[in-house]
Design a protein around this ligand. Sequence first.
Ligand code: ZN
Length: 214
Amino acid sequence: MARHGGAWWERLGVEDAVDEFDLEHAAITRRGPAPGGRSVRWRHVRMDRGGIVRPLTEQTIRASFRNASRKEAASLTLPPDFETLDWDRLDYLGWRDPKLARRSYLMVPGLDDDGGITGILLQRADAKPNARAQCSWCRDVTLPNDVVLYVAKRSGPAGRKGDAVGTLICEDFECSTNVRRLPPLAYEGFDREAARDRRIDDLRMLTAAFAAEL
Ligand SMILES: [Zn+2]
């Protein structure tokens, strides 16, 4: 499996934390600070890029929330296109609740290859980002969609005290689509496929880091 893995952690400034990169098994073992200085342990980051959200059942979705009450999880409405989602092209699943204004949900796969998934309840914030805001996850420079501030309550006692984490991301969670578009030719000889693969890796790292922080 020919991969050019590695570049994403260098650009995230975490190369010191990389203990081992196993190209043959397409896995990386890393300990220490994750992106943004969060101290999280990462192991065996999957490097295949075929979409990592496996088809989820409604039951799994409702049972996966880290920062929602049982009542909130029970009251959510599934995405309207749930039955026809293209799971192979999703690095995470995100949707706005069709019935509850400002409420959205994320299903973020962990970086371990165990199929673990973290559900996150998001609240859309009033704050309007400036017109040139970039999504912090897909970092798309062509701005095909709006970017808004979403806030996630932390889990446990911190969340009960009102502690929350905000992030500027694509309004309708278009990140997986955005990173799969071939980027423009930046210079002669620019490897557009490699650049696209790196963006997919980055998206997975960043969403997993966000989930781990809650
Ligand atoms: Zn995005």
